[in-house]
Design a protein around this ligand. Structure first.
Ligand SMILES: Nc1ncnc2c1ncn2[C@@H]1O[C@H](COP(=O)(O)OP(=O)(O)O)[C@@H](O)[C@H]1O
Ligand SMILES: O=C(O)C1=C[C@@H](OP(=O)(O)O)[C@@H](O)[C@H](O)C1
Ligand SMILES: [Mg+2]
Length: 172
């Protein structure tokens, strides 16, 4: 079994939800980079963006990822923008098995529209347009993953089953 699993993917693809359940099943530790940032900075992500800006958030995110990438037997879930830094992509690729979750823009809108916690999706403009625009800007950045799992219209259980099946294949 791989020592470390990273979950990457656009906002709302289910990384935090799937990662926690997967860690429980595998009896691995669970770390979410956003939750670690909140603990370290003593404020919510939206507050951090508002008070210190996105560039500062990205610095803390990279530092947290670097610490998490050394831990044993862990499922590590990341924020959707972690892939913006090439060094982060390289670090994950080198230190674990990387699973990308994907979902359609429509499904992402359904999942996140009631949630105020993602500052990059709080603009006045149409949410579907905003999601589509950001997805276009990030196109290709999740492609380095060892495995990509589509999550639209799928239960968390079936997503986990697909990940576990691929883990057992790749460790033989
Ligand atoms: N497979 C799924 N089907 C339906 N809803 C889901 C699924 N996975 C996650 N969700 C829901 O979508 C929202 C975003 O999930 P979250 O795990 O926070 O995503 P991420 O960490 O990728 O931003 C949450 O309300 C979560 O319950
Ligand atoms: O895509 C992004 O740039 C972000 C994704 C968020 O995490 P989730 O992908 O878990 O929503 C969080 O890190 C922050 O709001 C920025
Ligand atoms: Mg998350």
């Amino acid at each position: 079994m791989q020592e470390r699993l990273f979950l990457i993917g656009f906002m709302g693809t289910g990384k935090t939800t799937v990662g926690l359940a997967l860690a429980n099943e595998l009896k691995y530790a669970f770390y979410d980079s956003d939750q670690e940032i909140v603990k370290r900075e003593g404020m919510e992500i939206s507050q951090l963006f508002a008070s210190k800006g996105e560039a500062y958030f990205r610095q803390v995110e990279a530092a947290v990822l670097s610490e998490l990438s050394r831990l044993p037997k862990s499922v590590i879930t990341t924020g959707g923008g972690v892939v913006l830094k090439q060094a982060n992509r390289q670090l994950m690729q080198q230190s674990g098995y990387v699973v990308a979750l994907s979902a359609s823009p429509e499904e992402i809108v359904r999942r996140v529209e009631q949630d105020r916690s993602r500052p990059l999706l709080q603009s006045e403009s149409d949410l579907k347009e905003r999601v589509t625009e950001l997805m276009r800007k990030r196109a290709g950045l999740y492609d380095f993953a060892n495995l990509t799992v589509a999550t639209t219209d799928r239960s968390v259980e079936s997503i986990i089953a697909e990940i576990k099946q691929n883990l057992s294949i790749s460790s033989h």
